[in-house]
Design a protein around this ligand. Structure first.
Ligand code: 13P
Length: 255
């Protein structure tokens, strides 16, 4: 983390967990534990939890995000949620391109690019997820693959909107597996992401970009990962569902 150049952001990705009542309870437990954070704190909750979460977090330092948005502003897309709908509610962040959306729901680099564009157009901050599978890492194509994912997703993103983009490096093999990238592995790929952004927008813009690591980040390994130059925060799955664990990660990012 380089605090003089960029903001540290710890975001929980609750995935498909917690009913609205459970969301309210988890936030009630989490909020006092993260109230003194010296980093940005976000909870990305299921769509139906958004009203309860926004209400619970109102007036606090915790911001609310969604986990996906559609790329059109409205239309005949049964079951989908558009970015302007989220923005109107007071949602400030949205995850795009999570590997679970890419794997199970047909998201491609192209639709991820479209979703990010829609999110930015609606005034949201996009948390753009990229990362390689185990097979791709073994093939030695991690750097090229991640650079390609970044380049495609950022197509059409204006330089003045880049401050509303957070990159999240999430190696697919580390998500929900208990396997964590080593701090060196995480730093290396986050560095590749920063270089890629520098090639598109220049060194200064890249230096100000927040890049998170995600993949079995927890209360124990957070400090070591966050100590790395290019790791500016975390996108937290499982550990964000336990208030004490999430708060410990926020504390690690606040030191
Ligand atoms: P886990 O922290 O459960 O591995 O999930 C990471 C993730 O996918 C966050 O988006």
């Amino acid at each position: 983390m380089n605090r003089t150049l960029r903001r540290a952001v710890i975001a929980g990705n609750w995935k498909m967990n917690k009913t609205p009542a459970e969301a309210e309870a988890l936030l009630a437990e989490t909020l006092p534990l993260v109230a003194n954070a010296a980093c940005d704190v976000v909870a990305c909750v299921p769509f139906v939890d958004l009203p309860a979460a926004l209400q619970a977090a109102a007036g606090t330092n915790l911001k609310i995000g969604a986990q996906n948005c559609h790329f059109e502003a409205s239309g005949a897309y049964t079951g989908e949620i558009a970015a302007p709908m989220l923005a109107e509610m007071g949602v400030q962040y949205v995850i795009v391109g999570h590997s679970e959306r890419r794997t199970y729901f047909g998201d491609t680099d192209k639709t991820v690019q479209q979703r990010l564009a829609a999110a930015l157009k609606a005034g949201l901050t996009g948390i753009l997820c990229v990362g390689e599978t185990r097979e791709q890492r073994e093939q030695g194509i991690t750097d090229e693959l991640v650079a390609m994912q970044v380049k495609i997703a950022l197509q059409g993103v204006a330089k003045e909107d880049l401050h509303r983009v957070i990159l999240a490096y999430e190696p697919v093999w580390a998500i929900g597996t208990g396997l964590t990238a080593t701090a060196e592995q995480a730093n290396e790929v986050c560095g590749v992401i920063r270089q890629t952004v520098a090639s598109l927008y220049g060194d200064e813009a890249a230096a100000g970009l927040t890049i998170q690591y995600g993949g079995s980040m927890n209360a124990k390994n957070a400090a070591e990962l966050l100590a790395m130059e290019h790791v500016d925060g975390g996108l937290i799955g499982g550990a964000s569902l336990k208030a004490a664990d999430f708060a410990a990660i926020v504390a690690a990012a606040s030191r």
